[in-house]
Design a protein around this ligand. Sequence first.
Ligand SMILES: Nc1ncnc2c1ncn2[C@@H]1O[C@H](COP(=O)(O)OP(=O)(O)OP(=O)(O)O)[C@@H](O)[C@H]1O
Length: 227
Amino acid sequence: MTLLVHDVTLTYPDGDGRLTALDRVRLEVPGGTLTAVIGPSGSGKSSLLAVAATLVTPDSGRVVVAGRDTAGLTAAQKAALRREEIGIVFQQPNLPASLTAVEQLQVMAHLAGRPARRIRGRALELLDAVGLADKAGKRPHQLSGGQRQRVNIARALMNEPAVLLVDEPTSALDLERGAAVLDLLVTLTRERSTATVLVTHDPAHLERVDRTARMADGRLTQTLPAR
Ligand SMILES: Nc1ncnc2c1ncn2[C@@H]1O[C@H](COP(=O)(O)OP(=O)(O)OP(=O)(O)O)[C@@H](O)[C@H]1O
């Protein structure tokens, strides 16, 4: 199992007590498949992504990424694991304004200490895969919202992560561009065998994913095959 969230409970301080954001959540995502996480606002979707990303440590339970149990890892080891094995795509692409599209990708590989020789070629190949071969030299302000989100997705895949975590990638896009970004995520998940988790509010997405997990009050109530 490429991503395993096993009986995870996460609480936050809340006045005199604690608020339970995740209540014994269990989620298994095999490589090459895409699981959508849906649920009302405040149900714990972002908390689940943050725990899976090793950005937040749960009170109890285990998170296993590409076969590595993250429980005993130091902060530095977790940061290295994130660089190597976890691609993260947030709602609003946070792309440095001064870097071109290809540089946005290259910087990820440099940070992970990848051999310099192959980096530019790989960045260009990925930009091609997300339909932006002709935009490699453009800076963020020269790209549309949908194109920026494609750069964001390509950047998350630059180090060939085992796990891809995506938080409402289409919320800032119109319907047509949103559908195209979802198609792209499905294709990339298959081609690159990532275990992809997609937080979404859009019911149209559910027909295209492999499984749907429903969150309610911190509990994962169902994991269903979509078709
Ligand atoms: N850092 C924090 N400190 C305290 N409480 C938090 C923190 N982050 C989230 N919460 C609370 O935990 C619960 C789950 O929040 P979370 O952001 O995971 O929900 P969500 O399903 O992603 O919501 P949305 O769809 O609105 O983004 C909510 O009650 C929220 O108020």
